[in-house]
Design a protein around this ligand. Structure first.
Ligand code: ZN
Length: 178
């Protein structure tokens, strides 16, 4: 489905110092990102920029393709959780199902209901290259699945109930954006 951005939201789709995140229809958002083989200094600096961009945009998650790089790195920070960097994240288990409202920093202003598993087990590496595993439920589980989708070129609008998609100016919305 093609997303038609209303005129009054179009300025949100320009990329500049104020809004450094890549937006649709940039093709980087549709690529499958290759896994990371080693974490060097340049990559750690890039990860720092991701964390800062996510905080600046009041996001609860961000994936490397949203910063223009097709790499398997995500940062998640749902309420109550400090920013957590996951490299080569893989969802090993998923259970249950829940519908929740989602928004995306790469599609500013658009929100919709997405059904996803409610509990997941994620394995990844941290920025030191150490293997980590998390069991997540509720919002953190939703955020991590939204971000892993970004690494596979999938946007929440691909999975959302089309009838639920609606526009709200990001300044007026209180939906977590990822
Ligand atoms: Zn997103």
């Amino acid at each position: 489905m093609e997303i038609l951005v209303p005129d009054e939201y179009k300025y949100l789709y320009e990329r500049n110092n104020e809004r450094p995140i890549w937006k649709i229809p940039d093709p980087v958002l549709r690529k499958v990102a290759p896994p990371i083989a080693n974490i060097d200094k340049k990559m750690l600096e890039f990860i720092e920029r991701m964390v800062l961009a996510m905080k600046k945009a009041n996001g609860v998650g961000l994936a490397a393709p949203q910063m223009g790089k097709s790499l398997r790195i995500i940062v998640i920070a749902p309420a109550g959780m400090k920013p957590t960097v996951l490299i080569n994240p893989e969802i090993m288990e998923s259970h249950g199902a829940a519908v929740g409202l989602e928004g995306c920093l790469s599609i500013p202003g658009l929100y919709g209901d997405v059904e996803r598993p409610d509990r997941v087990v994620v394995e990844a590496y941290d920025r030191k290259g150490k293997p980590v595993a998390y069991e997540m439920e509720g919002l953190p589980a939703r955020v991590v699945q939204h971000e892993v989708d970004h690494l596979n070129g999938i946007l929440f609008t691909d999975k959302a109930d089309p009838a639920s998609l609606h526009w709200v100016h990001p300044d007026k919305a209180d939906t977590p954006v990822e």
